[in-house]
Unconditional design. Structure first.
Length: 163
C-alpha cells in the first residue's frame, strides 16, 4: 500500500476566496434572485438552485444549494433536504449523459475550518472526474486546463435538463 499523501493543488481558487471574504453578497442568493444566464444557473426547483462553478476544479463542476440562506443541512426542512438530494441525482444524470465522466467527487464543506469558501449558505459540489484528469499544468504553470467554455457547458447542461 502506498503511504505517500496525494495533494490536490488549486492555487487559482485563492483569489476567489479572498474576493468573497471582502464581499457581503452571497453568490447563491444572487443566483436565486438573478438571471440564469448571468449566474450560470442550469436548473431550479421550488427549493433548490443548481449552478456552474465560475472557478471549476474540472469541466462541468456544478454547485447545488437550497434557495434559503442557511449554513448547514440540519437547518433545512425535510422538503428542502429531499429536494436537494433529488436535484443532486438529476444533475449527476445530466453530467453523466452530457460528458461521460469516469467518476464524481461530491461533497459539502460546512464551516470555515472545513474549507467552506461561502460558509453562510450550504451547498454541495459535484465535480466530474476522468481518468488522467490531473496533470502537471496547475503545479508547474499555475494553469488549470478546462476544455470547454463555461457558456457552452451552461447551454449544454441547461438544454439537457430542460427537455
Amino acid at each position: 500500500m502506498d503511504s505517500e499523501l496525494n495533494i490536490l493543488w488549486a492555487p487559482w481558487r485563492q483569489s476567489y476566496v479572498i474576493q468573497l471574504s471582502h464581499s457581503n453578497e452571497c453568490i447563491f442568493c444572487k443566483a436565486v434572485n438573478g438571471s440564469d444566464e448571468e449566474n450560470y444557473v442550469i436548473y431550479r426547483t421550488s427549493y433548490t438552485v443548481a449552478l456552474l462553478n465560475r472557478y471549476p476544479y474540472n469541466n462541468a463542476h456544478v454547485m447545488i444549494a437550497p434557495k434559503r440562506h442557511v449554513p448547514s443541512t440540519e437547518l433545512l426542512t425535510n422538503e428542502e433536504l429531499v429536494d436537494l438530494m433529488n436535484t443532486l441525482n438529476k444533475i449527476l444524470n445530466a453530467v453523466r449523459e452530457c460528458y461521460n465522466p469516469h467518476g464524481f467527487n461530491i461533497g459539502a464543506n460546512i464551516g470555515k475550518a472545513a474549507g467552506a469558501g461561502i460558509e453562510g449558505h450550504i451547498h454541495i459540489h459535484i465535480v466530474p472526474r476522468w481518468n488522467g484528469d490531473t496533470n502537471f499544468m496547475p503545479v508547474l504553470a499555475r494553469t488549470k486546463v478546462i476544455p470547454e467554455d463555461l457558456k457552452i457547458t451552461w447551454k449544454k447542461l441547461r438544454n439537457y435538463l430542460m427537455k
